[in-house]
Design a protein around this ligand. Structure first.
Ligand code: AHR
Length: 615
């Protein structure tokens, strides 16, 4: 089990990336989106957006601020991402790039709540004309989920400003330019086997021009690129027209995150095709080289030595050791002959230079449809390493498909169940809920994934994060607001499986057959040879209590005591929430083992993890 990360639902900017200032470098299509001018009394100042065009590469804009007085009556404020989540006693680190053109301008930095009460402040006084970075810190005096940042200008004078930034000190591992520690902790708690990034459809982009290009996301943050998010949307019920990618969270940070949480990195790259749900643009085959080169260079960035061009960049960013990249995805939810044509070129080039790299090939959504069958057939002919299958389906589909992989070819490609989630209403419906019925059906399905771990090499729920006030897609694994986050029942199921993967799959049989839905009963079993544990996962998806008698075969001695961990609810529509984040959460109890037999009662609508010690 692993994590699928995509910058959807404010997953990165406004989510796990801890930057509090929205549009910090004025690059949104509307340059002052997120900013508001503050002008008290007579006109005491002005602000003009400047564009350096090509001169400054990716980040072309800055603001020129003219202050006529020393009153501080002129300034501007930033609204953050649906406000700024501020915690009492926490240190906040401000920085800005500034060039003082004339006079003597100071910036009074202040956090306030909606009523205008001050939550903390500091002053920055840029000195001199050359662009320079200025830092200042202060401590917040109160907790506030929707603070705003005010910057009053005391002059007179003229100053140019860019990259106006505010981070909490308590980022994950206290890193500057860091991530929200509470959100990373939720991922670390899952002990994911891999981290797939950066998506999802954002890999493809609405157009090729808007595709995700990893090279624009590394190096000093002020030099990184900028992109409208593919999920910037005007759908009525999912209004997120202020959704951009600052790339403060870039490929270096994704690799580092994977390393921190003990997950194998799994980057996915554009294969020369824009999102087929949008423009479906493709790059001509004869122009594919730069795309392929991006893939080769990424492997060098991750694994190359300081002597290589791209390895050197990783070292300069602070990571001398390789990231030990072993897998790479080519394309996301791409289909048709045009995908196969492009994939073949990528595969040939990558395997020629890096034969050990395992390639993840896309087979898209629609697992029962023609498109899927065609692609799977073609990929098998190509002897693909790993095929990425996606399914966003009704809970019943998950129950019905617990046997999906029982008959897959054992000699052919491995499977990556790369995106899945039971949909309570319909695919990506805004009315979908992360309810217990969905989580229960996923658990039943996952016993099938686990039982077939020799074929299904990896699996991840999708999407991972959603901001309560800025989402485009439901359901999602973890819901966040500016201060809090909770794991859904689906998260609890993922975590239960992921933290109890064991080392070896062993058969669990009923009447000599796999347990795949008979009387609503689903099961899988693993041994953890390191911890000397036998772990059974048993799902009772029926509305009735069921007795389960297990007789353990093949282990010489089983401990007299074991445990059962239960996730359950009487109500299939039960959800977790900000108010009740643990409504569905694991309850652990001791159980007795008689010789080699265990008798347990399986409660209706329950996911049960039985752990026994052996010697
Ligand atoms: O997870 C949400 C989206 O679903 C992903 O971006 C895409 O790959 C799939 O269609």
């Amino acid at each position: 089990m692993g994590d699928f990360f995509e910058d959807i639902n404010l997953g990165a900017d406004g989510g796990i990336y801890a930057e509090l200032v929205k549009n910090r470098s004025f690059e949104f299509d509307t340059p002052l989106m997120g900013w508001q001018l503050l002008q008290k009394g007579e006109e005491s100042g002005s602000l003009l957006v400047h564009n350096r065009g090509e001169l400054n590469g990716a980040k072309s804009r800055f603001i020129r601020v003219t202050s006529k007085t020393s009153t501080g009556n002129f300034g501007f404020s930033n609204e953050g991402f649906r406000g700024m989540g501020i915690k009492k006693g926490q240190q906040y680190n401000f920085f800005v790039l500034a060039s003082q053109l004339s006079g003597n301008v100071s910036l009074v930095i202040e956090l306030t709540n909606g009523k205008g009460d001050k939550l903390g402040s500091t002053i920055v006084t840029p000195g001199g004309k050359p662009w320079k970075k200025y830092n200042a810190s202060f401590t917040a005096t109160a907790t506030e989920p929707k603070a705003i940042l005010n910057i009053s200008i005391k002059g007179p004078g003229v100053v140019d400003l860019d990259m106006i930034s505010l981070f909490p000190q308590d980022t994950w591992k206290n890193r500057p330019n860091g991530m929200r520690a509470d959100l990373v902790q939720l991922l670390a708690d899952m002990k994911p086997g891999f981290l797939r990034f950066p998506g999802g459809c954002i890999v493809e982009g609405r157009t090729l021009e808007e595709r995700f290009q990893w090279k624009k996301t590394i190096g000093p943050i002020e030099d990184r690129g900028f992109l409208i998010n593919r999920w910037n949307t005007e759908f009525k019920h999912r209004l997120t027209t202020d959704y951009y990618q600052s790339f403060g969270l870039g490929f270096y940070e994704y690799f580092q995150l994977a390393e921190d949480i003990g997950a194998e990195p799994l980057p996915i790259l554009n294969c020369g095709m824009a999102c087929q749900f949008n423009t479906a643009e493709v790059v001509p085959l004869e122009s594919l080289d730069p795309y392929v080169q991006d893939a080769l260079d990424l492997i060098e960035f991750a694994n190359g030595s300081a002597d290589s061009k791209w390895g050197k960049k990783r070292v300069e960013m602070g990571h001398p050791a390789p990231f030990n990249l072993k897998m790479l995805g080519v394309g996301n939810e791409n289909w048709g002959a045009q995908y196969i044509d492009r994939l073949k070129i990528f595969t040939q080039a990558i395997k020629a230079k890096y034969p050990a790299i395992q390639l993840v090939n896309s087979s898209g959504t629609d697992p029962n449809g023609e498109r899927f069958d065609y692609l799977n057939g073609e990929l098998r002919k190509m002897n693909a390493d790993i095929i990425d299958e996606h399914y966003y389906r009704a809970p019943q589909w998950f129950l019905d498909n617990a046997q999906r992989y029982d008959n897959y070819d054992r000699q052919g490609p491995k499977i990556f169940a790369g995106e899945y989630a039971a949909q309570s209403v319909a695919i990506a419906s805004p009315d979908n809920k992360n309810n217990w019925q969905c989580a229960l059906s996923e658990a039943a399905f996952m016993t099938g994934l686990e039982r077939n771990a020799d074929v299904v090499a990896m699996a991840s729920y999708a999407p991972l994060f959603a901001h309560a006030e800025g989402w485009q897609w439901t359901p999602d694994l973890i819901w966040v607001d500016n201060l809090k986050a909770y794991g859904t029942p689906n998260y609890q199921v993922q975590k239960l499986f992921s933290t109890n993967k064991g080392t070896n799959v062993v058969p669990i049989l009923r009447n000599n057959a796999s347990v795949t839905g008979q009387a609503g009963y689903y099961a899988s079993a693993v041994l953890d040879k390191n911890k000397k544990e036998l772990i059974l996962k048993v799902v009772n998806a029926s509305d009735k209590m069921q007795d389960a008698d297990f007789v353990i075969d093949g282990l010489s001695k089983v401990g007299a005591k074991g445990t059962i961990t239960v996730l359950r609810s009487d109500k299939l529509d039960q959800v977790n929430s900000f108010e009740n984040p643990t409504a569905i959460s694991p309850v652990v109890k001791d159980i007795n083992v008689k010789g080699k037999s265990v008798k347990v009662g399986l409660q209706p609508y329950s996911v049960n993890l039985i752990k026994l010690k052996f010697s």
